[in-house]
Each structure stands twice: as structure tokens, then as C-alpha cells.
Design a protein around this ligand. Structure first.
Ligand SMILES: Nc1nc2c(c(=O)[nH]1)N[C@H]1C(S)=C(S)[C@@H](COP(=O)(O)OP(=O)(O)OC[C@H]3O[C@@H](n4cnc5c(=O)[nH]c(N)nc54)[C@H](O)[C@@H]3O)O[C@H]1N2
Ligand SMILES: Nc1nc2c(c(=O)[nH]1)N[C@H]1C(S)=C(S)[C@@H](COP(=O)(O)OP(=O)(O)OC[C@H]3O[C@@H](n4cnc5c(=O)[nH]c(N)nc54)[C@H](O)[C@@H]3O)O[C@H]1N2
Ligand code: SF4
Ligand SMILES: [Mo]
Length: 706
């Protein structure tokens, strides 16, 4: 026991950045415990943190470069692997041009600063504009709202949860997800604190979620109708004469245009569309505008839908016109030690948006990436610019992107595919070459993205605990080396910690936060204080003012007005997704400690709908959409609104990271989601509100029972 060591470290699985205390010896982890002194997470962790050790020792982990030979993967040396990659990529680009190679970057990249700092080099070396990521299955509407209203995609307003008196939550389940575009570990406790100071939390969701149950106030809403509600709340604030821009009055444009634009969006219209009573909407508007402080927070459910961009615009506008923007207890902006906005400032640069349109169906490109919904058509459709080779880095789009099966088929037809990953899985099995990645415990950890979205300013840095297996390079080094080899250079450039050392002095706390200071911080993290008003200095719009009514959103309002729920006699139900505490997207399901127990991949149905179909609890049911079908057990619950079904995301592993402990065959919700459903402004996938039907399988046994 004498050589046991201890390290303070941040968990980088999800956005919550929980502080951990890891005890280890030279071979293995002995314990992973919450750090009660961490100024952000204050002792919170979830079961996934303990599994950090499993990802390292997973017997199914890919630990050498693998080349596909006659349909089977065989280990090869690193030199052979780099040469093979460079040769195949070059030969595709020689015939099909730079855009012949596509790149898909998955969610774990956002949590690994080494990847974030080196992937731009790889993309630049390839010179391709065919770039995709999980962001357009997730969050682009937030960036689009920030670009047009504030001038920079990463100026993301964050709810000041610690001081708010009234919080509206639309389409987020932070008790389970621990917050998104709102780093707020231990959100349940934070809600309890709001209520303990006589505040309120109101959750608006087609499902009475874990967050709704703990908040105590919940309103069911019909999927995809949040924009009606938000615009009606704005309409009512104006109608009741309660608008007040507060300190932002001097720098805000467009209030009269907004007042005019929301005229048609009355509480009565919203009641008809959302299913929430008009008088409830009027009272909510009054309470929101008259609360000492209030904040409206709209996330996944409100952005991954057909009106995602309108929702994010209206959500910001509601906060702004009630004086709850850049003000304590409202939506505020962080001052991070590594200031991504400052690093990528657009001040004084004029840009037009969307930055580009896609080759096949003219979909918008924002933030340098095309919507993941069009990745399949760009691989399938011949002509100049067709994707003939693909690189995936930490992504599993076959399970996570809409109509994932179609993407899998398109991968199969490519001239070349390579993946940097931990597993042979539903995506990487299509690759000709897999390069093994290092895992979190084998790398430096500093969160480059999520400090920017945190409800409290902090900074933390930790060094690797273990070496990657087989003398493998850390992932940043492999990405850098690949980029160098593609561009014919010998240098791999500075390491992530060297880059951090260069970048911190340019951040918001340049004089106090250094790598040395972070490493010697007594609790492993430096407390940089609560959120402070700062938007006046940070606005990046061309005229340096805040725009309440950008044209791009106004032009989309007629489409909203014409919206009718997409149910029909063929597809009478609307499908939404859900997240679960013990899994993170599609990739943590190979940890026995996380997947043990009952099969959690169930379809939730309201008792009224279940009775109509004659379904009994746990019976298999087939869910069909316009693009696919899946069979899974039903869970009958009044947690879900009538007419709505909920299937968890992240399941359906057919290959590799299978749910090892249970060996239960699950289904992927993205076999059913429809890639033709998008939010047209941002191109974001409309993963929620998918029209489906449910069929009783009399006498047939479903795959979930196999
Ligand atoms: N345990 C766990 N935590 C995670 C993840 C995970 O997989 N597991 N994933 C991480 C990632 S990548 C992200 S982006 C975040 C996401 O974090 P959240 O934004 O909190 O996402 P979800 O938990 O999916 O919650 C979305 C909610 O929207 C509701 N919803 C669906 N359609 C609509 C609609 O039309 N209107 C309204 N108002 N609500 C709707 C759903 O019922 C659901 O409760 O979570 C992160 N944290
Ligand atoms: N229907 C529906 N679909 C959804 C969602 C939903 O709510 N509903 N949520 C969406 C959201 S918010 C997101 S963010 C996306 C996520 O979509 P993706 O990013 O495509 O999916 P992940 O499951 O996060 O896949 C991560 C991949 O990275 C690998 N991996 C894990 N750690 C590492 C690492 O350190 N290095 C490398 N190189 N590889 C690693 C895993 O093996 C896996 O192959 O899914 C989206 N899809
Ligand atoms: S909530 Fe997220 S950051 Fe915190 S321990 Fe769980 S997975 Fe890690
Ligand atoms: Mo996400």
C-alpha cells in the first residue's frame, strides 16, 4: 500500500466537470471518489466517473493499429498504419479532389483539449470542406442564436442558477444529464437550493422527467411547439407592459421589431399548439417578468427539433426583454481562464451567414461544419465534391446520427475509411484502418470548452496517471503526427500542456491562472468566482450592439405559423429521446458496472395509448417511422404525455462495445429518426417529434427478448 498515490482530477465524460480524487498505484486505480472541496461540483459525482478505470482496462479496447485484410482486422505497426493512411487519403484526393475526404468528429473530442488543439491541424492538412460533427445532432441552434444576436458562436448565455428566483427549463433534463451548455454538476441539489430560498423551477417537457419530479412544477408540452410558448411569453410580457431591458437598454437594438413580430403569437394560439392553458401561459409571463430575477433555459429538446433556432432566439429574447440577461440570477456569461471567445474573436470582421451551402441539397454550414443529416447524401451522390473517403474521430454516427443505418450503408461503399477510436463498433467496423486512442486517465485534462458554459468560474488541470498501452502515443500526438505526415512536415508541434501555457496568459485570469498554479491548487481547482456582468465589453456583432430581432429568425416565423403537428393515421404518435444516468451517448455500454441490471432500452408509452393498443407492461412492441423499425419492450407510464413515445438514445450496439454485462440486444433510436427532418435555419437534426406508429406483436418474439 505504501506506493499508493492520490490525484485531484476532473471527470471529462460529460459537461459537468466533476472534481474527483483518484487513488492509484503504478498499475491500476484503487478508488475514484468525489472531491468535496471542488468549488464547482462540491462533492457531486455520478456512477460514470467510477467507470473511467474500466475504459482503460476494457478487454475489448483497441490497443494496436488495426488494418482490415479480407474482411478481418489484423494488428499492424504504427509506421505501417501512418503510411497506409497517408497513401490512401492522398490517392482518394488525387482522383476526387480535397473534398473527396470527409471528416466526422464525435462528442468525446469536445472533452479532450489535446484533440481540440490538434484536430484543426489535421483538418487543415486535409484541406477538405466536407466537415461534420456531433454538434449538428445537438446544439447548433444555440450557436446560431449567439452569432446573430451577439456576434460570436461561443458567447453562450448560462443560467445563473446560484442566484435565480425563477428558472424555466424547456427540453432539458439536467438531473440526469448534469446540464448541457450549462455546466452544473449536482443539478438536483442546486434546484433544492433555489426552492429553499423561496424560488421556483418550472419544467416544460413532454415527459415528467427526473428534473420535473424534483422541481415540483411541470407542464406537459406537445413536441416541437416550444417556439409558440416562448413567443407567447414574450407577447404577454409586452401586452402586460412588463418589458424592461435594464442595463442593456443602451446597447440593444430591435425591441420594436420584436414587439411587432410576436403579435400573432398569442397565449391562445400557444395554448392550442402546446396543450398548456392560456391562463397558465399569461400567469407564467407575469411571474417571470416580475420575479426579482428569472432565467429561461432551453436545451436539447428545444434545439434538436424543427424550430430549434427559433427556440434559442426566443429563449434569449425572453431573458433580454425582462432584464434577465447579463444580470445576476438571469442568463450570464462566463469569464474563463482559457478564453475561447477571445482566442477566436470576430470583432471588426464582417462575415455572412450561413457561411456556405451544401453541394447536394443546399443545407446551411455554420461554424465550419455541415449538418450531420446530409453526411449520407454527400457520400451517396456522385459528382465533383462527393465524399469517397471518411475519417471518424471519437464518433459513432451509425448509432448517434439520424437515420444511422443509411450512414452505415454509405460507409460500406467508400473507397477508404479510417477511425480513431477505442472500439470496433457499429461505425468503426466499416473502417479499413483503426488507430487506437488513449483514454482520459492517460492524458492531461483541462476543459477547454465547458468552463465557458459553467454556472461558476473555475479552472483545473491534471497530468496523465498512466501511460497508454503498448507504448502507443497519446491521442493528441497521433492526430498531430498524422497531420504532419499528410502535409509532409516532420514537426508535431507543441504538446497540449505547452499550448495551454501559451494560451492562459491571454485569458480572463491571465495574471493568476497558470499551469503551475493549477497543479498546486489545494483542492485541485482554482475558484474564479461567480458569473459577472460583462456582455457590453464582449459583444462581437459588426455594429457592437445586441440584436433582439435578427432577420434570419423573423423570416422563419411564417413557417412556424403554418406548423401543424405531423401526426397522421399512418403515424399517430410522436417520438422523443431520453438520457439515462448510467450511460453516456453510445460508448459507455461496455462497462459491466454501468450496464448491469435490467434492460433499460424500453419504449415509454402513456397508459391511454398502451390500452388502445392492448399492450401489457414489458411486452415487446414494434415502433415504426418513415425510415425504419425497431422492436423493444414497452414501459407503461403516465410520466409520458399521451400521444408521445420515448426511446433512450445511445443503445442498439450490434458490434463491439455491446452491453457486455447483460448481453441484452437493444435497439438504436436512430434507426427510426428521419434525416430529412431538420431545423432549416441551422441544419440541426430534428431528433424529437418524429412521427411513428406502435404495433402490438401478437405471437411474434421481438429482438429484445433474444
Ligand atoms: N447521463 C448522461 N448524461 C449526459 C449524456 C448522456 O448520454 N447520459 N449526454 C451528454 C450530452 S452529449 C448532452 S448534449 C447533454 C444533453 O442534456 P439535456 O439537454 O438535459 O438532454 P436530455 O436529457 O436528452 O433532455 C432533453 C429533454 O427534452 C425533452 N424533449 C423532447 N422533445 C421535446 C420538445 O419538443 N419540447 C420540450 N420542451 N422538451 C422536449 C425530453 O423529454 C428530455 O427530457 O447531456 C449530456 N449528459
Ligand atoms: N435520437 C437521438 N440521437 C442523438 C441524441 C439524442 O438525444 N437523440 N443526442 C445527440 C448528441 S447530444 C450527441 S453529442 C451525439 C453524440 O454522437 P457521437 O459523438 O457520434 O457519439 P458517441 O456515442 O459520443 O461516440 C463516441 C465514439 O468515440 C469513441 N470514444 C470514446 N472515448 C474516446 C476517446 O477518448 N478517443 C477516441 N478517439 N474515441 C473515443 C467511442 O468508442 C465511440 O465510438 O449523439 C446525438 N444523437
Ligand atoms: S456527472 Fe459527468 S462529469 Fe460528473 S462524474 Fe458523472 S460523467 Fe463525470
Ligand atoms: Mo451532446
Amino acid at each position: 500500500m505504501s506506493d499508493l498515490k492520490t490525484q485531484f482530477r476532473t471527470c471529462n465524460i460529460c459537461e459537468a466537470m466533476c472534481g474527483l480524487i483518484v487513488t492509484y498505484d503504478e498499475n491500476q486505480v484503487h478508488s475514484i471518489k468525489p472531491n468535496p472541496e471542488d468549488p464547482l461540483s462540491r462533492g457531486h459525482i455520478c456512477p460514470k466517473a467510477i467507470a473511467l478505470q474500466d475504459f482503460r482496462t476494457d478487454p475489448d479496447r483497441v490497443t494496436t493499429p488495426l488494418k482490415k485484410v479480407d474482411g478481418a482486422f489484423v494488428p499492424i505497426s504504427w509506421d505501417e498504419a501512418y503510411d497506409f493512411a497517408v497513401e490512401r487519403l492522398a490517392s482518394v484526393q488525387e482522383v476526387h479532389g480535397k473534398d473527396g475526404v470527409g471528416v466526422y468528429l464525435g462528442n468525446p473530442n469536445a472533452h479532450k483539449f489535446g484533440n481540440l488543439l490538434t484536430l484543426p491541424r489535421l483538418v487543415k492538412a486535409l484541406g477538405t470542406s466536407n466537415r461534420y460533427s456531433s454538434a449538428t445532432a445537438d446544439q447548433i441552434p444555440h450557436h446560431v442564436a449567439s452569432i446573430h444576436m451577439l456576434g460570436h458562436p461561443m458567447l453562450i448565455p448560462v443560467p445563473d442558477v446560484a442566484r435565480t428566483d425563477l428558472m424555466l427549463i424547456l427540453g432539458g433534463n439536467p438531473v440526469v444529464s448534469n446540464g448541457s451548455m450549462m455546466t452544473a454538476p449536482g443539478f438536483g441539489k442546486r434546484m433544492d437550493e433555489i426552492k429553499a430560498r423561496d424560488g421556483r423551477v418550472v419544467v416544460i417537457d413532454p415527459r415528467r422527467t427526473e428534473t420535473a419530479a424534483r422541481a415540483g412544477e411541470h407542464l406537459f408540452i406537445q413536441p416541437e411547439t416550444d417556439a409558440f410558448l416562448l413567443l407567447a411569453l414574450i407577447h404577454e410580457v409586452f401586452a402586460q407592459g412588463l418589458e424592461d431591458l435594464g442595463a442593456l437598454a443602451a446597447i440593444t437594438d430591435g425591441i420594436e421589431i420584436l414587439r411587432e413580430a410576436v403579435q400573432p403569437f398569442t397565449a391562445d394560439k400557444a395554448a392550442e399548439m402546446t396543450g398548456i392553458e392560456a391562463q397558465t401561459i399569461r400567469a407564467l409571463a407575469r411571474d417571470f417578468a416580475t420575479a426579482k430575477s428569472a432565467v429561461s433555459y432551453a436545451r436539447m429538446g428545444a434545439s434538436t427539433q424543427s424550430f430549434g433556432s427559433l427556440c434559442q432566439w426566443a429563449n434569449n429574447a425572453l431573458n433580454i426583454i425582462t432584464g434577465n440577461f447579463d444580470s445576476p440570477g438571469g442568463a450570464m456569461f462566463t469569464t474563463p481562464a482559457l478564453d475561447y471567445v477571445g482566442m477566436t474573436s470576430r470583432k471588426g470582421k464582417s462575415r455572412s451567414y450561413p457561411e456556405k451551402r451544401s453541394r447536394v441539397s443546399q443545407k446551411p454550414l455554420y461554424n465550419g461544419e455541415f449538418p450531420v443529416s446530409i453526411m449520407a447524401e454527400e457520400m451517396e451522390t456522385p459528382g465533383e465534391g462527393q465524399i469517397k473517403a471518411m475519417i471518424t474521430v471519437a464518433g459513432n454516427p451509425v448509432l448517434t446520427a439520424p437515420n444511422g443505418q443509411r450512414i452505415g450503408r454509405a460507409f460500406q461503399d467508400l473507397d477508404f475509411m479510417m477511425s480513431i477510436d477505442l472500439h470496433i463498433n457499429d461505425t468503426t467496423r466499416h473502417a479499413d484502418l483503426i488507430l487506437p486512442a488513449s483514454v482520459a486517465l492517460e492524458e492531461d485534462v483541462y476543459d477547454m470548452v465547458f468552463h465557458s458554459f459553467a454556472v461558476h468560474n473555475t479552472a483545473a488541470f491534471a497530468k496523465p496517471i498512466f501511460e497508454p498501452p503498448n507504448g502507443n502515443p497519446q491521442e493528441w500526438e497521433l492526430i498531430s503526427r498524422l497531420a504532419s505526415k499528410i502535409s509532409g512536415s516532420n514537426s508535431i508541434g507543441p504538446s497540449p500542456s505547452e499550448m495551454l501555457q501559451m494560451l492562459l496568459p491571454q485569458g480572463c485570469h491571465g495574471d493568476t491562472v497558470t499551469v503551475e498554479a493549477l497543479l498546486s491548487a489545494p483542492s485541485g481547482s482554482i475558484d474564479l468566482g461567480p458569473l459577472i456582468p460583462n456582455i457590453a465589453d464582449r459583444l462581437e456583432t459588426p455594429v457592437g450592439r445586441l440584436d433582439l430581432a435578427p432577420e434570419v429568425f423573423l423570416e422563419d416565423l411564417p413557417r412556424l405559423q403554418a406548423f401543424q403537428p405531423p401526426v397522421s393515421s399512418d403515424f399517430p404518435l410522436l417520438m422523443i429521446g431520453r438520457r439515462q444516468v448510467r450511460s453516456h451517448n453510445s460508448w459507455t455500454q461496455n462497462s459491466p458496472r454501468l450496464v448491469k441490471g435490467r434492460n433499460r432500452c424500453t419504449v415509454q408509452l402513456n397508459p391511454v395509448d398502451a390500452a388502445q393498443l392492448g399492450l401489457a407492461e414489458a411486452e415487446d412492441v414494434e415502433i415504426e417511422s418513415a425510415v425504419g423499425a425497431a422492436v423493444l419492450p414497452v414501459e407503461i407510464t403516465d410520466e409520458i404525455a399521451p400521444g408521445v413515445v420515448s426511446i433512450p438514445q445511445g443503445w442498439g450496439q450490434q458490434q463491439g462495445n455491446l452491453s457486455a454485462a447483460t448481453k441484452v440486444q437493444t435497439v438504436s433510436i436512430n434507426d427510426l429518426t428521419d434525416d430529412s427532418r431538420i431545423d432549416p435555419i441551422s441544419g440541426n437534426a430534428a431528433l424529437n417529434g418524429v412521427p411513428v406508429r406502435a404495433l402490438k406483436l401478437t405471437g411474434r418474439s421481438g429482438c429484445a427478448a433474444k
